[in-house]
Design a binder for this molecule. Structure first.
Ligand code: ADP
Length: 484
């Protein structure tokens, strides 16, 4: 049994109108991927609960949206502080349901909380405009108002941060929210709701509905006429479905979808920085992030030196239960995830890739996969097009700068790209030519509340974090004053 210092953070109901309810006959299990043990049974909300949650959010909107921004800000700040105060419990909850090492989980809790802190500050600076009118008797102004009820559908890889990144700007703007967390990781979402209530969030402003019935609940969240905006992070495949559904009532959308991030190591790169940055990008969360290096492109002349250092550093990563001291790679989230990694690796090896390190589970029938490197990859391999989402580095060799850029851009995705070079001219040239929404230069960790996160091409649209993040939850209203 999971022992928390503050047991109220382990909730198993659904949360509507600031009330925990378990009045559904159905429940579903949440497992610890490190041990396979069931942590708890959680209420399985149905489409009727989704409708009730949307109605609650709609009823709460009038009051919440009219509160002075400073009052919303105060509640968000309190929520931020409570999350920080409970970092240890939240990290343990996160590691238990998701698997990432405890230190990484604590880092995610703080990173997740930073979006609440940031948007508590930003909401006091939502300015409109006075616009010079072209005629003498009129005055123009543009005001910004919260868009309305927002629904959020989130993935399992960041059970705290993917949620706060969406709902903090929404709540700060004055919107009310219905959140459907991923079925693998509902517990952090429910703990966040508990703390929001303790921070003084009024009833109906934030509603959380865990469910196994993603399709039926998702349908309500993307088609209900009272919902004005849908914010989704997940696969491009599901993003397409949600986009289609949301079109029936012309909802605004933010979509943060799949990625196929290249890391380019140029021949003038600092090898230590390139190794450190590539590992940070590739092996964080056991390779299960949409900005993880999916393709490592190394210039031919630096290839032997880079590979030697990279192999040594990757071999030093420690796989195990995330609660154990010193572990840097936890289990993958579930059987589907590990089988996908195995399928992609098999395909690559059958098409001529060379196995440099790892290449199998560390224990049979577990979700632990050894940190792996394969080399001499080509575009004929499935992993050049698909997200690996596991601890496998796929290395490609290139000759010219133009080849690297062409290879990097040869994908339907456009989320994050990284490259390593000290040459400032090359930095400008390459950064301008890479078709990606986020570029890391000599750096593998690029996500901060202050910076705009989001992709182009089929990685979606909309920005999370930064001064732009709150705009996604605001509508501009133009007011024309006549007879002046
Ligand atoms: P992943 O492959 O990372 O699990 P998904 O896109 O399948 O990504 O899942 C991301 C989120 O989308 C999860 O919360 C999941 O429950 C939800 N989801 C999956 N299918 C649907 C659907 N048809 N409608 C609404 N939500 C969905």
């Amino acid at each position: 049994m999971l022992q928390l210092q503050y047991p109220s953070l382990l909730q198993a109901g659904y949360f509507i109108n600031n009330e925990w309810k378990t009045d559904t006959s159905a429940t579903f299990p949440v497992y610890n991927p490190a041990t396979g043990e069931e942590i708890i049974q959680v209420a399985d909300a149905a489409d009727t609960h989704a409708t009730a949650a949307v109605e609650a959010a709609h009823a709460a909107f009038a009051q919440w949206s009219r509160l002075p921004a400073k009052e919303r800000s105060n509640i968000l700040r309190k929520w931020y502080q409570l999350i920080i105060n409970h970092t240890n419990d939240l990290a343990l909850l996160l590691t238990s349901e998701q698997g990432k090492p405890l230190a990484e989980a604590a880092g995610e809790v703080q990173y997740g909380a930073s979006f609440i802190e940031w948007f508590a500050e930003e909401c006091r600076r939502v300015y409109g405009d006075i616009i010079p009118a072209p005629v003498a008797d009129r005055r123009f102004l543009a005001m910004k108002q919260p868009i309305g009820v927002v629904t959020a559908i989130t993935p399992w890889n960041f059970p705290v941060a993917m949620i706060t990144r969406k709902i903090a700007p929404a709540l700060a703007a004055g919107c009310t929210v219905v959140l459907k967390p991923a079925e693998d990781t509902p517990l952090c979402a429910l703990a966040l709701a508990q703390l929001a209530q303790e921070a003084g969030m009024p009833a109906g402003v934030l509603n959380v509905i865990p469910t196994m019935q993603a399709e039926a609940v998702g349908k309500v969240l993307t088609t209900h006429p009272l919902v004005q905006k849908v914010s989704f992070t997940g696969s491009t495949e599901v993003g397409r479905i949600l986009m289609k559904q949301a079109s029936s009532t012309v909802k605004k959308l933010s979509l943060e979808l799949g990625g196929n991030a290249p890391v380019i190591v140029f021949d003038d790169a600092d090898i230590d920085a390139a190794v450190k940055g590539t590992i940070a990008s590739k092996y964080r969360n056991a390779g299960q992030t949409c900005v993880c290096a999916n393709r490592v492109l190394v210039q031919r002349s630096i290839y032997p030196a880079f590979m030697e250092a990279y192999k040594k550093a990757v071999a030093a990563l420690k796989v195990g239960n995330g609660t154990e001291e010193g572990v840097t790679i936890g289990p993958l989230i579930n059987t589907d995830a590990i089988e996908k990694v195995e399928r992609l690796l098999q395909d690559a090896l059958s098409r001529g890739a060379e196995l440099v390190l790892g290449g199998q589970r560390t224990q049979a029938n577990s979700l632990y996969y050894a940190p792996t490197i394969i080399s001499r990859c080509t575009t004929a391999m499935e992993l050049s097009r698909e997200e690996i989402f596991g601890p496998v580095s796929a290395v490609y060799i290139f000759d010219m700068e133009a080849d690297a850029i062409a290879l990097a851009n040869n994908t339907e995705y456009g989320l994050a790209a990284y490259f390593f070079t000290p040459d400032i001219h090359k930095i400008w040239r390459v950064a301008e030519q890479l078709e990606y929404g986020i570029i890391g230069v000599n750096e593998g960790l690029i996500s901060f509340a202050e910076a705009p996160f989001g992709g182009i091409k089929q990685s979606g649209y909309g920005k999370e974090g930064s001064k732009y993040g709150i705009e996604d939850y605001l509508a501009i209203k133009y007011v024309c004053l006549g007879g002046m």
